[in-house]
Design a protein around this ligand. Structure first.
Ligand code: ZN
Length: 198
C-alpha cells in the first residue's frame, strides 16, 4: 500500500495534491471532532429531524465547514455523535453544499452497479472496495424544511448512499467483501496500534 496511510477519507478520488501545513492542521482539527470506528454513535440508527429552525441551519453550516476542513465530500450527523437523520455533501470544489434531512432512498439502480474504492472520515487510513448502485433517487427535505427530490448518478449517488448508510449505523466495512474487510481491519490495527474501541 501507499507510504502515506492517512489518505483522504470520504473522498473518492485519490490524486493527492496538497501538503500545505495549514491545510493539514485544519484537517487534523476537523478529524479530531469526528467519532471514530468503534464508537457506538456510528452503530446506531439516527432519529428523524422534526424541527427546521435556526439551530438546524447553523448545524448544516457547521457540518459543511468541518467536512471542508477535513477534505471530505460528505458528512453525516452521527459522525459528530448526533443522532439526527441529517447529511451534507459537496461533490466538486465549485458545487454547492447540499443538506439532506430525513432522506429516504426511494429508488436505486439495482441492475446497474459499480465497485469503487471508498474511505470514511470515521475510519482514517482505511479504504475498501464497495459495490453500489450507480443511480439513485432520494426524497428528503432541505435545512429549511422544503421537500426535495434528488436524482443522482456516479460520485454524487455514491456519496449519498455512503452518508445514508451512516444514518442507519452502517459502515463501509459492512459493505466490503470478507477479504476486503479483513484487510481493512488489519490496516486499521497497524495504523492505530494504541487505539481502543470506545
Ligand atoms: Zn463515512
Amino acid at each position: 500500500m501507499a507510504a502515506e496511510p492517512d489518505m483522504r477519507e470520504e473522498r473518492l478520488d485519490d490524486e493527492d495534491t496538497t501538503v500545505d501545513p495549514a491545510v493539514e492542521a485544519r484537517r487534523a482539527a476537523a478529524l479530531s471532532l469526528l467519532r471514530r470506528y468503534g464508537d457506538p454513535a456510528l452503530r446506531s440508527s439516527a432519529t428523524p429531524v422534526d424541527r427546521f429552525d435556526d439551530a438546524l441551519q447553523a448545524q448544516v453550516a457547521q457540518m459543511g465547514k468541518i467536512m471542508g476542513d477535513a477534505l471530505g465530500v460528505g458528512l453525516a450527523a452521527p459522525q459528530l455523535g448526533l443522532s439526527q437523520r441529517l447529511l451534507v455533501y459537496r461533490v466538486g470544489a465549485d458545487a454547492p453544499l447540499v443538506a439532506l434531512v430525513n432522506p429516504e432512498l426511494e429508488w436505486a439502480s439495482d441492475e446497474d452497479l459499480e465497485v469503487l474504492e471508498e474511505g470514511c472520515l470515521s475510519i482514517p487510513g482505511v479504504s475498501v472496495d464497495v459495490e453500489r448502485p450507480v443511480h439513485v433517487r432520494v426524497r428528503a427535505r432541505d435545512e429549511q424544511g422544503e421537500q426535495r427530490l434528488v436524482e443522482a448518478s456516479g460520485l454524487e449517488a455514491r456519496v449519498i448512499q455512503h452518508e445514508v448508510d451512516h444514518l442507519d449505523g452502517v459502515l463501509i466495512l459492512d459493505r466490503a467483501t470478507k477479504e476486503g474487510r479483513r484487510e481493512a481491519l488489519r490496516a486499521l490495527r497497524e495504523a492505530q496500534p494504541e487505539s481502543r474501541a470506545a
